[in-house]
Ligand binder design. Sequence first.
Ligand code: ADP
Ligand code: ZN
Length: 520
Amino acid sequence: MAALNALSLLNTVFGYPAFRGRQAEVVEQVAGGGDALVLMPTGGGKSLCYQIPALLREGTGVVVSPLIALMHDQVAALREVGVRAAYLNSALSAQQAAAVEQAFLRGAWDLLYVAPERLVTPRFLDLLERAELALFAIDEAHCVSQWGHDFRPEYIQLSLLHQRFPKVPRIALTATADAQTRAEIVTRLQLEDARQFVSSFDRPNIRYQIVEKADPRKQLLDFIQAEHSGAAGIVYCLSRRKVEETAAWLEKHGIRALPYHAGMDVQTRQRNQDIFLREDGIVMAATIAFGMGIDKPDVRFVAHLDLPRSIEGYYQETGRAGRDGAPADAWMTYGLTDVVQQRRMIESGDADLQFKRVGLAKLDALLALCEATTCRRVRLLNYFGEDAEPCGNCDVCISPPATWDGTVAAQKALSAVYRTGSRFGAVHLIDVLCGHATDKVQQWGHDKLTVFGVGAEIDEKGWRAVFRQLVAQGLMGVDHDAFGALTLTDKSRAVLKGEQQVWMRQEIASKTSRKSRRPI
Ligand code: ADP
Ligand code: ZN
């Protein structure tokens, strides 16, 4: 009976013929009073999973959402189809908020969206006691995870909803959940008894491509001009300055581009966002401040000029491409400096040891994706606990990189680090390996070392790839107190002793290195 009602609500109120994926199951679970944890990719249709149960049950569905802009859009869309919806957040004046609250107590809302910091106040919790509640929906539930980049401290307090209102069903939703985040959501929100609904995270229309960083802006321009001329896209950069520079540079080369980062004044930022959403073919250069809750279906590409912090970040950011289902690209340049920079950001931060360890593990997983010699989609989905077949729609599937036995090259590189006292960066070490007697090399007497010139069979570009892959694989370390000097790690020893083979991607290594077997 409930299922029938759910379907007729879907048809009549929302105007859709059928539920998608696991929506119907989720609706049944929550409408029947059970708890649910819903993991669905962006664009999968999470909203209906709580909107329809809220309409099916007596009382108001209270939706916790961290995104003011999204609340506003959702409420406007719901009102358009005749659902009685409202929101409470800092965008309202005190009078407006009071009016919404009064109406809430009268039972005037089917759905009430509330910012988390407001929800957990004693005053608001008292208000909840006096209202009739259909359910609690906790949107963007991964914000409860301390390890993610969207962490919101107030989310931790949301466990008290269960304690104060044990009879009200709860549904937590997220588009981001590796096993660890999922486990954290369950424990922190006390959702041990919730049924879990995990949808496939595959986005088959997105083509994944990760290219070696050489001249990144030029590579980006070539990519846009070749594949996405006149299309809307997002280019993610790490720093605000780089955002500004990238936007200006694209503009200079005839591509309509705008900057977006948290350091800009609110009006300009908002205006740029509006233009991006409204007009065709705008490229937004942005920090990760941009994107959460942006619903633009025809974003044709998401490019990364810098490495994200984790696979979740990468997946979420690239997920903003191709929400309309048409072909789209996730394109990233990646190089040794990215690895060093990200490691430094984690290791030199103020966070405690445990936090750093998790951060580094997440970075390592992402690096393994970058260095993958098998289907990137399979890797990505495996990370989210899904099995998959090679996709035929990523760079690795399309042109599989050959691998080569880089053990000897690795030994040479590690020896160069060791012989020079673990105090130098890649540029200097490569000069030593290639036998370039630069001033610096001579000044340190490194032209006298046995490793001087032993790596001449690989060119500089090839060596950069070797160093990058060694650092990415944890076979070489980075000393951040010594300005990013490359060092040996526990794992280096096995390679130096010849106990461990090192496989590398061919396309980024070089020339004749495979044949070289010169002793060190
Ligand atoms: P999410 O929150 O998971 O990113 P949304 O709830 O915003 O996704 O839904 C994404 C889009 O898909 C919206 O435009 C929504 O109206 C549409 N949608 C959701 N469920 C269905 C359905 N069963 N049939 C058709 N369209 C749907
Ligand atoms: Zn593939």
